[in-house]
Design a protein around this ligand. Structure first.
Ligand SMILES: Cc1ncc(COP(=O)(O)O)c(C=O)c1O
Length: 410
């Protein structure tokens, strides 16, 4: 039996969606790839934590500290279940995808890379999956190489194979879904290829985890990084999934409270993962909010969310294909709910500003993917990105406004 997806009911869970924009038009929020909105359940969880359970974690022997620790650790167990990690020990809380990737670059790569080793990345990456590797290879005399793209925006898999066959790749680091092209990469296949070549694989899951089921065991990845704020949770909380044996062999990155076993003035020994990688007071309320977001998304069902956003993406693409002067960037068959485009005769920023006057929030620029835009020969694109609460009516409003703008400037 198929249960119809009830968009109106989902929308009612998000208070911000009923606000007006520029005093008189309803908000059409299509900037979900930048950050998602938060459902009442997440707002309530954070509010409840501060009103009833607030204390520092892992430190006090008093009741409140135990309650805060339980709330924090229970969020970790929920996240582990959400992505099918084998153990909560494989879930490190960070500030977001960027910090998760930097953690691997500084703790794993810095100690493992030798001169001549290769980090294999791709042309479609967000800066968060480029710059940390440039920093660490500069410090180790290793190299970063980039896989080119097919004309439709898919990854060139022959080039991946060729690069891996050379035998010097230590890590393949790739996005699950492009934040510009929408391309969803074949992660399981890439993991098999990387492992066959003796390399690890890290996946930037920032644009995937809110829109499709993610099973790190089935994907067989070594690291998976994502941000809470893009999946209905607060800002300031993120996740690094790491295969247990790899995390156990990794030295810490940041030092401080909570990540140690013993400290003397002569030196320190370190706690087991995940605490080893969580120096200092963590984002406790953020983790609680993330746990609530996991419960919320699980309640709807990630398969249902995926079916819904896929259908709505196809609807958006069909609309845009019909507007003269609008060119969609990226045509890979498997795609996330991200649609980047240009409008003939208009700079991306002007298009975004005109849409904003109609209440439509989109993003314009390079979307932290400058190398990709250079590759595409475009200084900037406009990006409309959808979420589980986006309605067809919103896509209609957006597409009609875009049609009018494109018509005037054709
Ligand atoms: C593909 C991708 N990777 C990484 C990031 C960085 O995420 P954060 O800023 O939450 O660390 C983003 C954010 O837009 C992204 O889209």
């Amino acid at each position: 039996m198929t249960i119809a997806y009830d968009t109106a009911r989902v929308r009612a869970d998000f208070p911000i969606l009923s606000r007006v924009h520029h005093a008189d038009v309803p908000l059409v929020y299509l900037d979900n790839a930048a950050t998602s909105q938060k459902p009442q359940a997440v707002l309530d969880a954070v509010d409840h934590f501060y009103r009833h359970d607030n204390a520092n974690v892992h430190r006090g022997l008093h009741l409140l500290s135990e309650a805060a620790t339980e709330a924090y650790e229970s969020a970790r167990r929920k996240v582990a279940g959400f992505i099918n990690a084998r153990s909560w020990r494989e879930i490190v809380f960070t500030r977001g995808t960027t910090e998760s990737i930097n953690l691997v670059a500084q703790a794993w790569a810095r100690t493992h890379l030798r001169p001549g080793d290769i980090i294999l990345s791709t042309v479609m990456e967000h800066h968060a999956n480029i710059v940390p590797w440039q920093m660490v290879t500069a410090a180790t005399s290793a190299e970063v190489h980039y896989i080119p793209l097919e004309p439709d925006g898919a990854l060139d898999l022959d080039a991946v194979k060729q690069a891996l066959d050379a035998g010097r790749v230590r890590l393949l680091t790739v996005t699950h879904a492009s934040n510009v092209l929408g391309t969803v990469n074949p992660i399981r296949k890439l993991a098999q290829m990387a492992h066959a070549a003796g390399a690890f694989i890290l996946v930037d899951g920032a644009q995937a985890v809110a829109h499709q089921p993610v099973d790190v065991a089935a994907l067989d990845v070594d690291f998976y990084a994502f941000s809470g704020h893009k999946m209905c949770a607060p800002t300031g909380i993120g996740v690094l999934y790491g295969r247990r044996e790899i995390l156990e062999a990794m030295p810490p990155w940041m030092g401080g409270g909570d990540m140690i076993e013993q400290v003397t003035l002569a030196g320190s020994t370190y706690a087991a993962p995940p605490n080893r990688f969580e120096a200092g007071t963590p984002p406790i309320a953020g983790a609680v909010g993330l746990g609530a977001a996991v419960d919320y998304l699980t309640g709807i069902g990630m398969e249902a969310v995926h079916a819904r956003v896929s259908e709505l993406t196809a609807y958006t693409l069909a609309w845009l294909a019909d507007i003269p002067g609008v060119q969609v960037i990226g045509r890979a068959p498997h795609r996330a709910p991200v649609v980047a485009f240009t409008v003939k005769g208009l700079h991306a920023h002007d298009t975004a500003q005109m849409l904003d006057l109609s209440g439509i929030a989109v993003r314009a620029g390079h979307h932290c993917a400058m190398p990709l835009h250079t590759d595409l020969g475009l200084p900037a694109t406009v990006r409309a990105s959808l979420a589980l609460y986006t309605s067809r009516a919103e896509i209609d409003t957006f597409a009609r406004a875009l049609r009018d703008i494109a018509h005037v400037h054709a």
